[in-house]
Each structure stands twice: as C-alpha cells, then as structure tokens.
Write a protein that binds this ligand. Structure first.
Ligand SMILES: [Zn+2]
Ligand SMILES: [Zn+2]
Length: 328
C-alpha cells in the first residue's frame, strides 16, 4: 500500500506519536467522546498519488475533527428496491425471475474517479479533502458541502468525458433472482448483497423485491392455505353428500359434507395448500355456498312445494324475533 518511501516514514512517525490505535481528538464536536478512530491504511490505500502527503492529512484531521476519513473509508452500497409480478402458481411453487435494476454507480470509464484516462484527481485545496466547508458563527461552527469540489473532497482538472467529472453514471443491469415458494401478494423479499455495489471495497447493499401476485380465477390464498368456494345444493347440505372439489395442480378431491351442514361452513383438506419452508404443506379451505336455482322444472318445483308444506310448522325466524325482543 505505502509505495512512497517518504510517506512510509511519516506513517511510522505517526504511529509512534499516537500509538497503534491512532485516536485523534475531536475538539470541535459537541459532546464528542474520547476521540475519533480511523484506519491509516484507508488514507494511503485509496487516495493514490492524489494526496499531498501526511502533512496535509494531519492538518485536515486536526482542523476538522477527523471528517476527512469519511471520504476515504469503504462505503457500503445503497439498498435497492424493485418489484415483480408473479402468476398465482409461480408464487406458490417459487420461480426464478429476471429483475432489471437501474441505479447510479461508479462511472465505468473512469472507475468513479471522475478524471480523464491517464490523469488523477487531486485533493481539493479549498476544503483540504474533507468535502466540507465550515465557518464559525459566534460559538457555533456551521458545516456545509464544499462548493469547490461539491463535497467530494477531490477536484478533477481533466474531467472524464463520459461522466463530465462526476465519477457517477446511471446504469441498468438484469439479475436472475430466485423467488422462494409460498410468497404472497405484497410481500417484500430481501436478497442480500444484490443492491448497489459498495465503494472503495465496501460491501454491496441489499436488494428488496416487492412481490405482486396475480389473482387466480378459482383459488385464493390465506397464508399457507389455499381457499376455494364450492357451489352446493340445499339438498346436499341438508341430506349430506360427497362433493368433488378442484385442487390446485392436482386431481379433484372429494369432500364429505355431513347431513345438516349450515351454508358457508368451511372444510379443510390437509396437504393441498401452499408448501412451507419446512417441507410441510398448508391445506385447502373449502367453503360451501348454496346455489338457489333460478328456474325449476316441474318435478323439482313440486318437490320443493312439498317440502314447504312439510316444514310449515317451523318458523326459522322465531328464535331471532324472540332474542331481538330481549335485548331492547
Ligand atoms: Zn467517468
Ligand atoms: Zn472541497
């Protein structure tokens, strides 16, 4: 890292002066603790030949309370958010999707330095590389981004033609990403390390994918269960029946309806729902919904008329009317 022999000497002097930990007092920071820790390696490793040596850095550190280090330290890439729309079945089974990510990153031409090929940026002489300019107002120090270098701490004499010296460029990339089985509509999935790339050797950020799931014409979702509403006749509920019910991606299953089942009751068929992470599977929730025929043929009509006659003695609303009286 330390190519320059003179710098190495300064480095060694600095180490003996401050000790290995290299704690720098932060006189200006209100309530600042015992100092500011930073790694000398960062200062040398990344500024290359651009800097003016340790003398400048020391001046900066002591004048600015160590802010200069933030410019040179590895920085974690930003988290990136995107979204994707899955079919109902893909959401249940899991799938691989191509995600197109657009974001700002280091300019590929100058690798983020902002300098034209063959040149290097130099430390901003106005802010001494801190990227901050401060002025004192009464007893307060006001700090704002340096106007000369726009907060970068470096100035470029020959700007990179691709990025006009900013060192940043918009780029888009497509990554293939595995969406796990069982995601539900609106869920946010974290894919670690697939966000924006880090700077100066820092780790990449994370990618968050908001998942939208298209509705299915027959099935719904309730957590790990699938749901389906099944039309039944009054006779099937009253007398009991075995009814065939569709299952998702499988043969129909038979649900036994016991005699006297109320309308709207839900039956659970185990193992026909959404596969969970642990390998088990949710159920299929079957809700019965009585169908009233619009047109009755003569035989059915007279049978229902017979039923009405046979049950004439019982008023299904009798209890309801009584209870309503009690509460008023
Ligand atoms: Zn560039
Ligand atoms: Zn500056």
């Amino acid at each position: 890292m330390l190519s320059d022999e003179k710098r190495r000497k300064e480095y060694d002097e600095a180490r003996s002066l401050f000790g290995g930990g290299f704690r720098v007092p932060t006189g200006q920071r209100p309530g600042g603790g015992g100092g500011f820790n930073f790694d000398l390696g960062d200062l040398f490793g990344n500024t290359g030949d651009a800097g003016g040596g340790l003398g400048d850095l020391f001046g900066t550190v002591f004048n600015r309370g160590g802010r200069t280090t933030a410019q040179n330290r590895p920085r974690r890439g930003a988290d990136v958010e995107t979204e994707t729309t899955l079919s109902f079945s893909d959401a249940i089974d899991g799938t691989t999707v191509g995600l197109r990510l657009t974001g700002e990153g280091p300019c590929p031409t100058c690798k983020g330095t902002g300098a034209k090929a063959g040149t290097v940026p130099r430390v901003c002489p106005v802010c001494n590389g801190t990227g901050q300019s401060s002025r004192n107002q009464g007893s307060f120090g006001i700090s704002e981004p340096c106007k000369e270098c726009r907060g970068r701490g470096l100035v470029v004499d020959d700007p990179c033609p691709s990025c006009s010296g900013s060192g940043r460029a918009m780029s888009s990339r497509t990554i293939q990403s595995r969406i796990p089985a069982g995601v539900s509509d609106g869920q946010r999935i974290k894919i670690a390390g697939k966000g924006a790339p880090g700077e100066r050797g820092g780790p990449a950020g994370d990618l968050y994918v908001r998942v939208h799931v298209k509705p299915h014409p027959v099935f719904g979702r309730s957590g790990d269960n699938l749901t389906v509403t099944v039309p039944v006749t009054f006779a099937e509920l009253a007398l009991g029946a075995e009814v065939k019910v569709p299952s998702h991606r499988g043969a129909p299953v038979t649900v036994r309806i016991p005699p006297g089942t109320p309308n709207g009751r839900t039956f659970r068929v185990p193992g026909k729902g959404v596969r969970r992470k642990d390998g088990t599977t949710g159920g299929l929730l079957v809700t019965v919904d009585v169908m009233v025929p619009k047109d009755l043929n003569g035989k059915a009509r007279s049978a229902i008329e017979d039923l009405r006659e046979a049950t004439a003695g019982t008023d299904p609303r009798e209890e309801l009317l009584e209870r309503a009286k009690e509460t008023t």
